[in-house]
Design a protein around this ligand. Structure first.
Ligand code: ARG
Length: 462
């Protein structure tokens, strides 16, 4: 193979065919083309401002880079695998288009700080898109929640019936998870949006560069403070992947609930045809494949995070080629996060809630036992004792095969004489929900407050 034009000066022979194929990244890092061009334009303009290049040369470089961008956007750009990566492909084409001045672009820069800035721009753009999708999903949860403020279902702990909650309250729990995911990304972005350009290969450079102005031009808030750290740091990708893992984890939890709720034994939800599949052998089946697949795809995002942690863990300073392995995992994870968020948004919009089944389920599992205990406390019984008496009531109802509310007053009085007919309204599950107005509780006022809080937060982000 021919030697590489950009670093082949000291080589008499190029890399072996198989080695070139093994080491290239063009096949996937071409996705970074527009970010690379943005960074290069900012670099060229800065070089002119600093008197390192003439303004005419910088203008010509910017013009040429715009032409390259146009070719890439229109699909006429010819990618060359032998040029290794996106950076060298773009620079080579630039030089074809504008002539020798193209060879001046790399002044005061190394591919190490170049890829650092390019990739930070790419991750930053991806995270902004994750945020946009998170906001949309959060909005959908709030919309669906506000339709169901008056519907109740069994709230569970240990997946066992615990206390009744409103369906709105249940759905809003997810809205708050996705809001935190959004906020977590906002925090990550503070560390992603730091420009490493100017660090050069590892030690800085002799040219009088102005890295701050490059950062400003690409919309970043800050620059690196140590050139060796700048070119070898990938914790901004690790953080982004962690954020992605948490998003997938939250999606996966809801998927798990959809899968359970779609089982006829629960029968709480009906999947729309567009978001379920049939079986090739069992004609009655309507399977929650979409939710299952999303739950499964969580694994690949977690895998990407573990993969990159492992890539970075043993690296001496500064840049090492291992770092080229920072991209495919993130790209796959980012695609997975984005498609999952948007598919979930659609699935949730069309999810049919069987509120009648949910309400019926509240009559099983003694969800109102806490109400009885609290009622006794109201009669002056210490809570521990109230708990004990209620336990006896549950055992009695269980023996009779009824709910607590179906026990007679005599039954209740046999357990504790302080009980009167006032207990019956207390045992109503709707009443149980209505009474829980502590901050963040499932009571209707609290739920409205949650909706209002989320809506005003969403307006602020938009
Ligand atoms: N494609 C390379 C990467 O992503 C670009 C940096 C190459 N630098 C080098 N010194 N070989 O890491």
């Amino acid at each position: 193979m021919k030697t590489n034009a950009s670093w082949g000066g000291r080589f008499s022979e190029g890399p072996k065919e198989a080695v070139a194929a093994y080491t290239e990244s063009e096949s996937y890092d071409r996705a970074l083309a527009f970010q690379d061009i943005r960074a290069s334009k900012a670099h060229a303009r800065m070089l002119a401002r600093q008197g390192v290049l003439s303004s005419a040369d910088a203008d010509e470089l910017v013009r040429g880079l715009d032409l390259v961008a146009k070719e890439i956007a229109e699909g006429t750009f010819v990618w060359k695998r032998e040029l290794e990566d996106v950076h060298m492909n773009i620079e080579a084409r630039l030089t074809e288009l504008v002539g020798d001045v193209g060879k001046r672009l790399h002044t005061g820069r190394s591919r190490n700080d170049q890829v650092g800035l390019t990739y930070r721009l790419f991750v930053s753009d991806a995270l902004a898109e994750w945020q946009r999708l998170l906001l949309k999903l959060c909005e959908r949860f709030v919309d669906r929640a506000s339709e169901h403020a008056d519907h109740i279902l069994p709230g569970c702990t240990h997946l066992q019936p615990a206390q009744p909650v409103s369906l709105a309250h249940h759905l809003l729990a997810y809205a708050f998870m996705f809001r935190r995911d959004y906020q977590r990304i906002a925090d990550t972005l503070k560390r992603v949006r730091i420009s490493p350009l100017g660090a050069a290969a590892l030690a800085g450079t002799t040219y009088p560069l102005d890295p701050e102005s490059v950062a400003r031009e690409v919309g970043f808030a800050d620059i690196y403070r140590n050139s060796m750290d700048a070119v070898s740091d990938r914790d901004f990708v690790l953080e982004a992947l962690f954020d992605g893992s948490v998003i997938m984890t939250h999606l996966s939890r809801f998927c798990e609930e959809i899968i359970l709720w779609a089982n006829p034994n629960f029968g709480f939800v009906k999947l729309s045809d567009g978001y379920s599949t049939g079986s090739s052998i069992m004609p009655q089946k309507k399977n929650p494949d979409v939710a299952e697949l999303m739950r499964g795809k969580t694994g690949r995002v977690d895998g990407a995070l573990m993969g990159l942690l492992t890539v970075v863990k043993g690296l001496p300073l500064a840049y090492n080629r291992d770092l080229q392995e920072d991209k495919e995992g993130f790209m796959d994870a980012s695609h997975t996060v984005m498609t999952s968020l948007s598919v979930m948004e659609g699935m949730l919009s069309e999810l049919g809630f069987n509120t009648k089944r949910m309400e019926e389920a509240c009559s099983r599992g003694f969800l109102n036992a806490t109400e009885m205990a609290d009622y006794l406390v109201g009669k002056g019984v210490p809570f521990r004792e109230a708990h004990h008496i209620t336990g006896h009531a549950v055992a009695l109802a269980e023996q009779r095969g009824t709910g607590l509310e179906e026990l007679s007053l005599e039954d209740f009085r046999s357990l504790d004489a302080r009980i009167d007919e006032g207990i019956y309204p207390v045992l109503d599950c709707h009443a149980a929900v209505r009474r829980r107005e502590t901050p963040g509780g499932t009571g209707p006022k609290s739920v409205q407050a949650q909706i209002a809080l989320l809506r005003s937060w969403m307006r602020e982000q938009a």
